[in-house]
Structure formats: C-alpha cells, structure tokens
Write a protein that binds this ligand. Structure first.
Ligand code: CP3
Length: 341
C-alpha cells in the first residue's frame, strides 16, 4: 500500500501539506480504556506484544479513538536486547529489569546479532496484520531504541536517573563499549529492515537517555551509531528523538535523517535556527500540560504550532503521554492541531 500521500510522510520529506499532521508518543496504551480492557485479560505486557492479533488491535485503537494521523506499532524498544539474548522482565509500577546484565567481553561475545525476521517474528507479523487492517487510512510508524539507550539498559539492568553504571562503562571499557554498540546497531538495522519489509512507512529511533551524556561522549557513543542506522535506510524517512540532547542539535543537522523530534526543554524557534530548513521538526508539548484545563491545552497547542510554523512540522508531545492523562485532554490536543488547519 502506497502511503506517500499521507500528511505525515509528506511533512517528513518537507513537502507541502494541507494540515499539520499529529500523533502522540505512547498513544497506544494505558490512556485508552480499550487498551486496559485487553491488557487486564493477559498475563503481562510481553504476552500482548508477542500476540500479533492483539498487538495489531491496540496499535489501531488510537487511530479510531483519537483520530491521529499515524499508527505506531505496539511493541517495545527492549524487544531488541531480548532477541539478542538478554532477557528482561517488566515489573508493574517499576519498569523494566534485566536479571543479568553485560559486564565482560564474554558477555558481549555471547550476544547474537538479531536476524531479519527470525528472532522476533511476532513484530513483523503484527505489522503485516496492522497494515491489512488499516487499509491505507494512516501510515504505520516502525521504531527501535537508539543504540546508546539500549546499551544503557543492557549495562545498567534497570531504568535509572543518571545511568551511572552505563556511563562508567564508557570510560573504563571504551573498546568493549564500541563492540557492544556495534552489535546493537547491526541488530537494530536488521530489526528495522524487517519492519520496513512488513510495511512500516517511516521509522523512529528513541534515544530516551541521550541527555545524560556530555556532548563529546554523545558524539562518540551516540550519534555515530545513529548515523550508521540512518544511512542504512535511504528508502524511508527516519525520525530521531534525542531526548534531552539540546547540545547536539546543530550536529543533528548533519545526520542523514529527515525528522528530529524534540522534547519540551527545547525552544522551537531556537531549534529551527540551529537546524535550518533541512530537517522537519516534531514535538514538543510538555506531556504534563495535558493535565491542565482544556482551554489551556487548546491555547498551548496553538502557540506551539505558531512557534514551529506549519512548514516541515509534525505535532506531537515532547515525550510519551503519561498513562493517567485525562482522555478528553488528549483529544483536545489532537483536535486543536486539526482545527488549526
Ligand atoms: O508509542 C506507542 O504507543 C508504541 C508503544 C511503545 C511502548 N514502549 C509500549 C509500552 C513505545 C514506542 C515504547 C518505547 C519505549 N519503551 C521507550 C522509549 C520511549 C520513552 O518512553 O522514552 C522506552 C525507554 C521503553 C522501555 C520501557 N517499556 C519502559 C521504561 C516501560 C515501563 C514504563 C511504563 O510506561 O510502564 C516499558 C513498558 C511499556 N512499553 C508499556 C507500554 C504501553 C507499559 C506496559 C503495560 O501496559 O503494562
């Protein structure tokens, strides 16, 4: 199914659109009662992402319920480390946790490079089903974690405020760090290629922990691997979300991606100045603003669009929507973008 006529894809390529496209990071999930109904019947989150029929169903829920201009495949960035051989558990209210972590060269050698479709076939199957059911209504976004963020979880073993263990590893074991990052990058390229082959029209790299590195470390251990991934995908637009890495914006202008997604700490006009006309920008409403009064949500959404401008722009939040956000305010955000025209 050709999806090049969709506003999201056109905006990514810098083409003229009739209306600013809008979607939300984490739009499929606990904000929707339909999601909670399915999720509560299952043993856990992993069962959901490993059952293609259900994953497809929850991927489409926000398209029906919120009227967003894109679907994002329901999965998780931690599918990649798991397929490489590092299992994780998702602890309710606490987040991901890895029973064993990467510490030595042997640990890295034991990891496998994820192969195209063999190591997590359920993601490709979910994408094929979703594409069938969407029948061209909106494009489907594929995604993966950026190598640095995946590395951080593999070394640290859990979420963390500063990932001190992962950052220590970069300084003590730079050679091993590059080995691990290369292996993650090769896996991620194979994984994303499978997603594109199954029908993802655009891909997003989530670098959720970009902001905790100093600029030189991010260049060496973050951006250089993002560049490898981007250059492996000349055929689809790539969105890079370097959460917190305000210091890397100018360098991102040189990275071969079409779209840069920014968080709410970054000023839209300043970011435009730094990145120039060569990138489409995505973002960046503070997800906490969706707890405000409806009228405030509407006003903030309008001023956000004015600050970014309607050209080369995809409306979104600055990070994933919080699970207990009032659904009416999520709708008010989407509707405000659409009403802006
Ligand atoms: O955006 C979407 O709607 C698609 C689905 C999606 C999920 N995770 C589903 C999910 C996406 C794009 C992700 C990406 C992801 N996963 C990131 C990058 C984005 C970000 O938020 O920074 C990260 C860091 C993860 C790792 C992860 N997975 C964490 C930290 C958690 C626990 C936190 C939480 O929200 O509970 C998960 C679990 C997870 N991934 C859930 C969902 C809907 C909640 C699980 C549940 O329903 O029980």
């Amino acid at each position: 199914m050709n999806t090049t006529h969709h506003s999201l894809i056109k905006a990514a390529y810098g083409q003229k659109v009739d209306r600013v496209p809008v979607w939300l990071m984490r739009q499929a999930g606990r904000i929707l009662p339909q999601y909670r109904a399915i999720r509560n019947k299952l043993s856990g989150f992993k069962e959901l992402i490993k059952t293609p029929e259900l994953a497809a169903q929850v991927t489409i829920q926000p398209v029906d319920e919120l009227g967003v201009d894109a679907a994002i495949i329901f999965s998780d960035i931690l599918v990649v480390p798991e397929a490489m051989g590092l299992n994780y558990n998702l602890v309710e209210q606490k987040g991901p946790s890895f029973p064993s972590t990467i510490e030595t060269r042997e640990d890295i050698d034991k990891l496998k490079v994820l192969q195209h479709d063999e190591d997590c076939p359920y993601v490709g199957q979910a994408i094929s089903l979703t594409k069938q059911e969407l029948n061209g209504r909106v494009p489907l976004i594929g995604f993966a974690g950026a190598p640095w963020t995946i590395f951080a979880y593999m070394i640290e073993g859990t979420g963390s405020k500063a990932f001190a263990r992962a950052r220590k590893f970069l300084y003590q074991q730079p050679v091993l760090s590059h080995q691990l990052l290369s292996k993650i990058t090769a896996s991620t390229i194979n994984y994303l290629r499978a997603q594109v082959d199954h029908g993802a029209s655009i891909i997003q790299l989530f670098d959720s922990w970009a902001g905790i590195l100093p600029p030189d470390q991010y260049r060496t251990f973050g951006l250089s691997y993002i560049e490898r991934i981007c250059s492996a995908f000349p055929d689809v637009p790539v969105i890079v979300f370097p959460k917190g890495a305000y210091y890397a914006r100018q360098e991102l202008a040189e990275v071969d991606c079409r779209v840069v997604s920014i968080d709410w700490n970054m000023d839209p006009r300043e970011t435009r100045d730094l990145l120039g006309d060569v990138k489409t920008l995505q973002g960046n409403l503070d997800p906490a603003l969706l707890y405000a009064e409806r009228s405030e949500v509407q006003a903030a959404t309008k001023s956000m669009i004015e600050a970014f401008g309607r050209k080369r722009y995809i409306a979104n939040l600055g990070h994933g929507v919080y699970p207990d956000t009032p659904l009416d305010n999520v709708k008010a955000f989407v509707d405000a973008v659409k009403e802006y025209g």
